[in-house]
Ligand binder design. Structure first.
Ligand code: PNW
Length: 483
């Protein structure tokens, strides 16, 4: 593929969707309003020691109360779409299929969606971005129990019925790997289960993450089947899942490191089965799909939903099953760094990897790609003055590289990328990092809740205004076919 840097970046087609991404628990606050039930993140984040700065989700960016202000901000950036998530415990406070539906929760999201549409912004909805109803965790162990599959399908049906007339883009789950590995393996995310007694008194990290992932996949596939059978015929939208996947480069040319990089790229949703190396690694601990379930899972996404942040150099070895017995590094064999270091240890800037990942996945699966997250946390931004934080040069550099990579992947390489949602509209509750890690293109002053666009937000607004053909009102493509 070409990588000349002198030619101007190519333009994106006029139906290209761009906007920002957020998630309910990270921005909403108002955790006790309008009949919302508790989620597993409520207690977890309020427990001392679970978040880096002691932050929790009680207020966050106060977006439940300030939603009109947020939508006005989106409009100011000129976005065409907005990716947000629905909090399951606002819709069904106790979570289960026999539990009451909360009309006030439905009304809030309904008003929110109407306000987006009134402002010409296409809603792009995630059903599950990690805020499992606490009641389901207490009742039967949440994701550890097969019961959750039917409960999730029911919750999804309630959402399709309530919002499907206006929402044409659905994501079932955000990042199964984070749900299972970080929640039930490493224990750093809610519900904090792990066999490591220093972090949690309960859990068996040799089996639980794989059971959880299995149920997440089945819950996703069941919701997709429900949508396709009962809602898509009248609503005509698309549905899929979004995975966190970063580009993987072998640390060097050795065959074992080349294989290690390949392991990091395989997944069961699009392959239609668990990859061979997972069978080898886990043996009897890997749950088994029945033939019917395999049919349900295969093809259960209308598009490739991609959350991608970085590129990892992969070395075979180590004992970390959660990374497929692969070690990640950003330090090349010659001692240089891959890119600019972010505030999080797991993130460096490497735009060529983004372009290579788009090419790789498109050639492999021939599905349209929706980039549902991509972003950067500037080092020590939380400790800067407002003035300094607004000039977020490292984030601008990151997005300059990433937008150029997308434009080239589309125009020069022929990859069918249809959407791009930088993470995130606002600085917000960054899970176990609390409020210390800021991913926003808009600065949030957590004392006043005032929002201030950063240079990166202005950069993206200008870039898309200039690089999407004929920016006017257009109808986004809903087809699911390949090229
Ligand atoms: C994603 N990792 O999470 C989530 O979808 C967002 O909610 C989150 O705010 C964003 O990325 C930034 O972190 C991730 O450890 C969490 O590699 C952890 C990792 C990757 C993504």
């Amino acid at each position: 593929m070409g990588n000349s840097t002198s030619t101007p970046p190519a333009r994106l087609p006029k139906d290209f969707m761009w906007g920002f991404a957020t998630a309910s628990f990270q921005i909403e606050g108002s955790t006790d309003k309008d009949g919302r039930g508790k989620s597993i993140w409520d207690d977890f984040s309020r427990t001392p020691g679970k978040t880096r700065d002691g932050g929790n989700g009680d207020i966050a960016t106060d977006s439940y109360a300030r939603y009109k202000e947020d939508i006005a901000l989106l409009r100011q950036y000129g976005v065409r779409a907005y990716r947000f998530s629905i909090a399951w415990p606002r819709i069904i406070p106790l979570g289960g299929r026999a539990d009451p539906v909360n009309e006030r929760g439905i009304q809030w999201y309904s008003d929110f969606i109407d306000e987006l549409i009134k402002n010409g912004i296409t809603p792009f909805v995630t059903l599950y971005h990690w805020d499992l109803p606490q009641a389901l965790h207490e009742r039967y162990g949440g994701w550890l129990n097969r019961e959750v599959v039917a409960d999730f399908e029911h919750y999804a049906r309630v959402c399709f019925a309530a919002f499907g007339d206006r929402v044409k883009y659905w994501l079932t789950m955000n990042e199964p790997w984070c749900v299972s590995v970080l929640g039930y393996g490493r224990g750093v995310f809610a519900p904090g289960r792990s066999s490591d007694r220093a972090r949690s008194a309960e859990g068996d990290s040799s089996t639980e993450p794989w059971i959880v992932a299995h149920h997440v996949i089945l819950a996703h596939a069941s919701a997709v089947r429900a949508y396709r059978e009962s809602f898509k015929p009248k609503h005509g939208g698309v549905i899929g899942i979004t995975l966190n996947g970063d580009w993987a480069l072998p640390y060097d040319d050795s065959p074992e490191n080349v294989a290690a990089a390949q392991h990091a790229l395989d997944d069961p949703i699009y392959l239609g089965h668990y990859p061979d190396f997972m069978h080898e690694m886990l043996g009897e601990r890997l749950p088994v799909f029945t033939p019917d379930e395999l049919t349900l899972v295969k093809g259960s996404s209308d598009f490739y939903g991609m959350n991608t942040y970085t590129t990892n150099l992969c070395k075979a070895g180590g004992d970390d099953e959660f990374q497929g017995l692969v070690e990640y590094t950003f330090t090349r064999s010659n001692g240089t760094q891959l890119g600019t270091q972010a505030h999080c240890a797991w993130l460096q800037t490497y735009p060529q990897g983004f372009r290579d990942l788009l090419n790789y996945l498109y050639k492999k699966y021939k599905k349209p790609i929706y980039v549902t997250e991509n972003g950067f946390a500037v080092k020590d931004e939380h400790a800067m003055s407002l003035e300094d934080a607004l000039h977020d040069a490292d984030r601008v550099e990151y997005f300059r590289g990433m937008t150029d990579a997308i434009a080239r992947a589309v125009a020069e390489d022929g990859v069918d990328v249809r959407a791009y949602f930088p993470w995130s509209l606002l600085d917000n509750f960054e899970w176990a990092d609390g409020y210390e890690t800021r991913f926003g293109v808009t600065y949030v002053d957590y004392v006043t809740q005032k929002r201030y666009p950063k240079d990166s937000g202005k950069f993206l607004a200008k870039w898309f205004a200039e690089n999407v053909e004929n920016s006017g009102s257009t109808t986004p493509r809903l087809s699911t076919g390949g090229a």
